[in-house]
Design a protein around this ligand. Structure first.
Ligand code: HEM
Ligand code: FES
Length: 781
């Protein structure tokens, strides 16, 4: 097939052939010196692709590489847009040999009848999507669950083989073989010839993404030819009795029903490509992850102490140091990327590992932060209609491996070594990963129970809810009747996470089931401490009573966050802050910020009696006559009078009892639509009642799927069941984490996050609670 064989390409300067309008050197050549030097087969790229391309991300986000004959794209937004549009940017060259091979090597391949063709990853529409949909079921989180015991058992057995040695090469002794075994099980292939397969799959990587020397090309061609024939033989065997378990059997059965969608050529090519897709990607990803984790001993210790951090840590590893460094697309119609004109026929190397370090999308992008709340946005699994189908199998394997190591070998460390990589553009992982430890200190020598895991695996994207942090209570101080102020610090005394006014944290009050949200009320400039004020509510769920009766200085607490869904509009012309009772906590931080920004503001603070009102002295000292205090036994805040005259450009920020917030809504009804912004800690809508709901469909523009949402199901649950990643946190319409853009259809908004104007704009939806008013919504997913 011409789309997969290497076609002759002109690697010379594109001037004259390609109408480029990008940066040009003084002589008119658009290829800058750095672009001309770009060589992804050098050790510098292999060791750290995002670092190697930092200059490009910053100065020349797309450039033509004469050595490669490809345009190289490096920024997050551009790469995501390319993934989104699989018509203008065809995936057909994804498996093409990046280095054209010699005639001799091609003849060798032909002698084996090698005819690698389109699979899924390099198939264009309209053929791709019906095939992807038809073959998706074995990948859904529900279907993947039954692989968990096998992965667990393999991980345990392999670790047991070397746990007493004190030293191991994790790649050779475990990480290469288990993903291969799992891949073979997943596909339904008999577990034989593993060593041969291992050689074959490396050869396939070099053949497709590498730059083998002419003499090596012939050897590689023999291995690839053998791999191809082996794949054919296995497939023939499976066809004889297609009733077995596994994705290839599933494909064979689907072919009987729909031979024009699941073709013969697809099955043979997939038999070979599928092993590589499932195996090397995951083996490399785990080796990269372990290298990264062990290079950060503090993080390694933390996840050993709190394995609930592992799912997000794995996701952060995939972002920071993923196993697919770059992918490819072919331009099918004249277009522009980053302001540069690209003609039809241009080949693109989209460097996803560079996108994953783009500061424009990831704050402190080079920092390895296992609590980063948008790690899951990484592009290591691609995005859109071709996004990796096996991502949740890979995540499951990685979580199990990391957890097994962290529990049984928490004292493991990286051995002194130089890391080597197979030179290629895309598949990336160290060939060896030597680690060492003192076997006498193995925890299971003292406690045999450490051999077994109790950590449940969540199949799917990590939940934000699981990102926890341990903090120490520095002090507990009464600040008003029934209110204590807690100052929280890091166990190592270092900086606490950064926050912005309006943020809150979640604290586990005695048990993870009793998690309560508290707004931060201190000063963000104080970087080593987080401050909250807690009102004792004996009629509540018990969280505040626990804080008041149990918590003392020196205690260790589990918290999540900070997260902010009550952000201050720093461009507001004027701000009216309204706080009732303990609602002063976020408002106090916001008013401090407004003051420091020089915004014109007023602060209206009401409470039952002065003695019940926290922070009064501090507020008076800071805000002077901008502060208006309404102690119930002295005077009331007349909200109607306060908001009588609407002012454009003025925002009202309010936090306090539900009654006060309702009154504010009524009194500000004649104000501009998004003037009022309130903080809710309790959802106002009740549970889903299937008797009162209707089912609807959501069309996913980027993934090309249509997902049915049953009357008894949230949109979030339906999307997850269809293998679509959507982040979530509160899952009750309070926090905004599950927001998705709406392209068409009317939303029945049930969250308390969006303002009136945002609801009316009908271009965002909180998928955890909101629904469709009609039969269909079109989402940007
Ligand atoms: C596609 C990465 C594991 C099966 C892809 C793509 C990437 C990728 C970059 C192309 C995405 C696009 O064009 O938008 C990875 C990584 C993995 C991994 C980094 C491990 C960490 C797996 C596993 C399986 C698998 C375990 C199978 C069990 C597939 C399939 C496709 C695909 C079938 C083609 C989807 C389509 O084109 O519709 N993967 N993959 N992958 N992957 Fe994975
Ligand atoms: Fe919090 Fe949906 S998850 S609003």
């Amino acid at each position: 097939m011409s789309n997969v064989d290497a076609s002759p390409r002109n690697n010379a300067c594109p001037v004259g052939q390609l109408p480029v309008s990008g940066q040009r050197a003084p002589d008119g050549c658009p290829v800058s010196a750095r672009a001309a030097d770009f060589d992804p087969f050098t050790d510098a790229y292999q060791q750290d692709p995002p670092e190697y391309l930092r200059w490009a991300r910053e100065q020349e986000p797309i450039f033509f590489s004469p050595q490669l004959g490809y345009w190289v794209v490096t920024r997050y937004d551009s790469i995501k847009a390319i993934f989104r549009d699989n018509i203008t940017f065809s995936p057909s060259i994804a498996l093409e040999k990046i280095t054209p091979t010699s005639d001799e090597a091609n003849a060798v391949l032909a002698s084996y009848g090698y005819a690698m063709n389109r699979t899924l990853v390099n198939e264009d529409e309209p053929a791709h999507m019906p095939r992807r949909r038809m073959l998706m079921d074995p990948f859904t989180p529900e279907a993947l669950k039954h692989h968990e015991p096998m992965v667990r058992k393999l991980a345990r057995e392999y670790v047991s083989r070397f746990i007493d040695d004190g030293r191991a090469d994790l790649v050779d002794q475990m990480l290469w073989e288990i993903p291969l075994t799992v891949a073979l099980h997943f596909l339904g292939v008999p577990e034989e010839d593993m060593d041969t397969l291992r050689k074959y799959s490396i050869a396939h990587t070099v053949n497709t993404w590498g730059r083998p020397q002419p003499e090596e090309q012939v050897e590689v061609a023999h291995a690839v030819g053998n791999f191809w024939q082996f794949a054919g033989k296995v497939l023939d065997k499976m066809r004889q009795d297609p009733s077995g378990d596994g994705w290839m059997f599933y494909g064979i059965r689907k072919q009987k029903e729909n031979p024009e969608i699941v073709t013969d050529s697809y099955l043979h090519s997939m038999m070979m490509a599928g092993i590589v897709a499932a195996h090397e990607t995951t083996a490399n990803a785990t080796a990269n992850a372990m290298k990264l984790l062990l290079s950060h001993p503090d993080v390694w210790r933390e996840i050993g102490e709190d394995p609930s951090l592992i799912p997000n840590a794995v996701e952060e590893c995939l972002r920071h140091n993923g196993s697919i460094a770059a992918w490819r697309r072919l331009v099918t119609a004249d277009t522009q990327v980053d302001g540069v004109d690209l003609p039809a026929g241009a080949r693109l190397l989209i460097v996803t590992s560079s996108a994953n370090h783009d500061e424009r999308h990831f704050t402190d992008a080079d920092l390895f932060d296992i609590r980063r709340d948008n790690s899951v946005d990484h592009l290591t699994f691609g995005y859109g209609s071709h996004q990796c189908m096996g991502k949740n199998l890979a995540r499951m394997e990685m979580q199990i491996f990391v957890e097994e190591f962290a529990r049984r070998l928490p004292h493991m460390r990286l051995a002194q070594q130089t890391f080597s990589y197979v030179p290629n553009t895309s598949f990336r992982g160290p060939e060896h990963l030597w680690v060492e430890w003192d076997p006498n200190a193995n925890p299971e020598r003292k406690d045999a129970g450490r051999r077994a895991s109790t950590m449940p695996i969540r199949v799917g994207e990590p939940s934000r809810h699981a990102i926890t942090r341990q903090v120490i209570v520095d002090s507990v101080t009464p600040v008003a009747e029934g209110i204590v102020r807690l100052r929280l610090v890091a166990p190592d005394g270092k900086a606490m996470p950064r926050w912005t006014p309006g943020s809150h944290i979640d604290i586990d009050c005695g048990t993870p089931d009793l998690s309560r949200q508290y707004s931060l009320c201190g000063d963000p400039a104080e970087t080593n401490v987080l401050e909250i004020a807690v009102l004792r509510e004996d009629q509540g769920r018990g969280g505040s009573t626990w804080v008041h009766t149990q918590v003392k200085a020196g205690d260790r607490l589990t918290m999540r966050g900070p997260r902010n869904h009550f952000r201050l509009d720093e461009d507001a012309g004027k701000i009216v802050f309204v706080a009732g009772g303990i609602g002063i906590t976020p408002i106090s931080a916001m008013a401090r910020r407004a003051r420091s920004l020089g915004i014109d503001y007023q602060l209206h603070y009401s409470g039952r009696r002065r003695s019940t009102m926290a922070l009064l002295d501090d507020l008076a000292a800071l805000h002077g006559d901008r502060l208006h205090v309404y102690a119930g036994d002295e005077r009331h805040n007349d909200l109607a009078a306060l908001l009588r005259t609407p002012e454009s450009g003025t925002r009202i920020y309010a936090c306090g009892p539900a009654k006060m917030l309702r009154a504010l809504e009524i009194c500000s009804a004649h104000w501009p639509d998004d003037a009022l912004r309130t903080e809710h800690f309790v959802a106002t809508k009740g549970q889903l009642d299937p008797a009162k709901e209707h089912a609807f469909e959501v069309e996913l523009k980027d993934s090309g799927l249509v997902v049915k949402v049953r009357a008894d199901q949230t949109m979030l649950a339906a999307l997850r069941a269809a293998n679509v990643d959507v982040q979530s946190d509160c899952e009750e319409g309070l926090c905004g984490s599950c927001e998705v853009r709406v392209l068409a259809g009317e939303v029945d908004h049930r969250d308390v996050v969006l303002t009136r104007a945002e609801r009316d704009a009908n271009n965002k939806v909180m998928t955890c609670c909101s629904r469709a008013l009609g039969g269909r919504l079109v989402l940007e997913l």
